[in-house]
Design a protein around this ligand. Sequence first.
Ligand code: NAP
Length: 266
Amino acid sequence: MASIGDSKCVLVIGATAGIGRSLALSILSLPSKPTVVVAGRRKDRLDQLHKEHGHDGRLATIQMDIDVDRITLRKTVEDVIALHPKLDTIIFSAGVQHQFDWTKPKVVNFDNFASELNTNYTAVITMITYFLPHLLKLGSSGQHCFIVPITSGLAIIPSPSVSNYSATKAALHSFGISLSVQLSDTNVHVMEIMPPLVESELHDHQGTTPKLSKIWMPLDEFTVLAMDGLKRGDLHIPIGAVQQRYDKFEEGKVDVVNAMFNPRKT
Ligand SMILES: NC(=O)c1ccc[n+]([C@@H]2O[C@H](COP(=O)([O-])OP(=O)(O)OC[C@H]3O[C@@H](n4cnc5c(N)ncnc54)[C@H](OP(=O)(O)O)[C@@H]3O)[C@@H](O)[C@H]2O)c1
């Protein structure tokens, strides 16, 4: 089974903190010695990563904001491919989360709504679309390529306080299944990571970190489990408590999609 162990060059978008940073460093230490390109908005964090882990030349940095228009995203993708023509794996870890209360519709913040939708969903699909010609070409030369969206257990069971966030993750999860089925005859694979509540900076701006930190999965524990799935080449990687939700509501869904819409695979 093709897996992240085959990757030669991995881009991690959203690697300046939390899950993305931790996965990037784990991938950097794989015995296959891939190049790892870390991306995010905060240059000081990228510089720090390079200072601490860039000694053997395999860690590169790219400052990148994905909450932008599609012309800018296309230029970003073109620049990445020009700098890293062997790029075969992209982990989409950039994400934001906002709370909304629709019992108080007058104070719903549409800037936050639009930014969350773009960062967590629209920009990800846009970038996948711009990366695909490169990945399909590499794939047709025999190199296995991986698109790794990071969704959430909230893609399966939404949390009403973060309703739009949950919806963006459900949308990305659904899109990932369709993309995976459409690409099933190619060497481009979609491996979706579905984290539970995990130690990170995601909730800091909402003021909920002190409460959530009592129940979240430690980042190191999460990273080991996520890496196990990526190294096995699992196409769906539900972690911790998400496994139960996955087994109950999602198990067998891909087979149903194939049976209904992709008769070649049944
Ligand atoms: N932690 C959890 O409980 C949990 C659970 C389920 C799913 N997830 C998902 O896991 C992924 C990683 O989140 P995390 O928990 O690790 O959060 P985090 O610690 O806040 O990290 C988020 C990362 O996304 C980057 N980012 C945010 N907006 C960006 C933008 N416009 N352009 C480029 N990069 C951007 C941030 O970097 P800069 O600020 O430097 O740009 C940061 O590196 C997200 O997709 C999140 O939805 C998290």
